[in-house]
Design a protein around this ligand. Structure first.
Ligand SMILES: Nc1ncnc2c1ncn2[C@@H]1O[C@H](COP(=O)(O)OP(=O)(O)OP(=O)(O)O)[C@@H](O)[C@H]1O
Ligand SMILES: [Mg+2]
Length: 485
């Protein structure tokens, strides 16, 4: 067994130094079976929402007691030198010993669960581990120690996951962000990071987050969705998918617009699959999420300022630098600010086929968002000049949406045509109509072309010898009336 420990690793910085770094004062209510004394002065904790699969309170109390005893018994610095399997074995031995010494009454399966939970706490990301291991979860949202929600199949649900207390949660947040060389604490309470598997992470800590550290993880899908899978899910019809493949290949400048979590990044990733293999692509992202399959890709990531407030590298810096890197296509993960100007300029200056996503609820709103991003970026350009820039640079806006039944659909493929007076004119090539709702509450709809036979990018399609395919896809989607899944 290990010698007595000196301290508990990288203790949570949100906790006052004098407080022991483990065990949850507010969560612990020692059960009759436990001989350990009850910790003093429990703080009032807001009642956790009930969920059917909630574990009994006794389970957490017992786990907390065993955990406390374990931490007393081991030296974590020695433990960290072992490989995960041996560390797990060591923990198993000690936990079994504690259970027998303290006469803990527990079923074998609960004992196994406690052991798993404790190993996750000591060796990994604690209660998050089982959620991170699942591939069907899109988002994990932790709102303080007692409430963790997940998004599965487009719907948000409460889980039975909970942390011992906010200090443990803060500890885990710190562990996550330190993997990419960042830190989160009261002095810098906002942090973007990435898990080793590529999942995107945001942490906002007290005092900004009032009810405890708030952690949001956009889970990385191991099997990236492809356009053919989106077609299978009914996000787009086969003909619409064909049009998107052509748009990706023939170097249209594309803006993907959509609400939060509507599938913009997924769609962008899918579109990039149709880029020819010999093109030099540069991607700029806040947290690298895209997974391009091509051989010639340079991936760039922004950097937040240091604690002293220096050293920040913005998206604008990256996009400007891209222009000196002989890019053929520039892909901006998410356009949020003045980099909109640089992306439009890049699109305009021989980097055809550049793409980016932005938050907007319709293609028209996407255009006004770009205009306001440029205006607010401090460029003193007249509105008309900005609109002229948009018209000459953006070819296509693809709109993604998460509908109220949780399904994700591509609702518009829209072309930017030109300026009429001061107004940017657009035409929808392809739209999704909702026609009703089935008995299970699922929306029923269909994708259809709007009857435009010759889109504005027709010549471009012809240049790439794709005009037959384009004409066929447009014709077919006019005729087919396909109820969505
Ligand atoms: N058509 C689809 N069908 C099912 N799941 C999808 C679909 N498109 C995307 N998803 C899943 O939805 C989640 C959110 O997708 P994505 O990250 O692309 O959204 P986003 O719009 O970029 O979000 P954000 O605004 O947070 O950047 C991911 O888990 C992704 O795998
Ligand atoms: Mg995204």
């Amino acid at each position: 067994m290990f010698g007595k420990r000196s301290s508990f690793g990288n203790g949570g910085s949100a906790r006052p130094a004098a407080e022991p770094a483990v065990a949850s004062p507010q969560a612990v209510r020692v059960p009759a079976t436990s001989p350990s004394p009850a910790p003093a002065a429990p703080k009032p904790t807001p009642p956790a929402p009930q969920s059917e699969s909630r574990r009994s309170e006794d389970y957490y109390v017992t786990k907390s007691m065993i955990f406390g005893a374990l931490i007393e018994a081991i030296d974590l610095s020695q433990l960290s030198r072992l490989d995960p399997e041996s560390a797990r074995e060591e923990i198993r031995d000690i936990v079994n010993e504690i259970i027998s010494i303290k006469n803990v009454v527990m079923s074998i399966s609960d004992q196994e669960d406690v052991l798993d939970d404790i190993c996750n706490d000591v060796l990994g990301f604690g209660p998050l581990e089982p959620l991170l291991a699942r591939d069907d979860i899109a988002d994990i949202m932790v709102n303080g120690a007692t409430r963790t929600f997940i998004e599965v199949g487009g719907k948000i649900q409460l889980t039975n996951i909970r942390f011992r207390d906010n200090a443990q949660l803060m500890n885990i947040c710190q562990r996550i962000v330190s993997q990419v060389g960042r830190r989160v604490d009261e002095a810098s309470p906002i942090c973007d990071a990435r898990l080793m598997d590529g999942s995107r992470v945001n942490v906002i800590a007290p005092p900004l987050a009032i009810d405890g550290p708030t952690l949001t993880i956009r889970k990385f899908r191991k099997d990236k969705l492809t356009l053919d899978q989106l077609i299978k899910f009914g996000a787009i019809s086969p003909e619409g998918g064909e049009i998107l493949k052509i748009i990706g290949r023939v170097r249209c400048n594309v803006v993907i617009s959509g609400g939060t979590g509507s599938g913009k990044t997924t769609l962008l990733n899918c579109l990039t699959n149709y880029i020819d293999d010999d093109e030099r692509i540069i991607t700029c992202e806040d947290a690298a999420e895209l997974q391009l399959q091509q051989a010639h890709v340079v991936r760039l990531e922004t950097r937040p300022p240091s604690l002293e407030g220096t050293g920040a590298i913005s998206m604008r810096d990256l996009v400007k630098n891209c222009l000196r890197m002989r890019p053929e296509r520039i892909i901006v993960g998410e356009v949020r600010g003045p980099e909109a100007f640089d992306l439009l300029q890049a699109m305009n200056t021989g980097h055809d086929g550049s793409m980016g996503t932005l938050h907007a609820n319709s293609p028209r709103e996407a255009l006004s968002r770009i205009e306001s991003m440029i205006t607010m970026g401090g460029f003193s350009l007249p509105a008309r000049t900005i609109r002229e820039m948009m018209v000459t640079s953006i070819d296509i806006i693809v709109q993604a949406a998460r509908l109220r039944d949780g399904s994700r659909r591509i609702t518009h493929i829209t072309e930017v045509l030109g300026l009429e007076g001061d107004v940017v004119t657009t035409q929808d090539l392809f739209v999704y109509d909702i026609v009703g709702e089935d008995a299970q509450g699922k929306l029923v709809g269909r994708h259809r072309s709007t009857g435009i036979g010759r889109p504005r990018f027709w010549d471009r399609a012809r240049y790439y010898n794709e005009e037959q395919r384009l004409a066929a896809a447009l014709d077919a989607s006019e005729l087919v009336e396909r109820p969505a899944a």
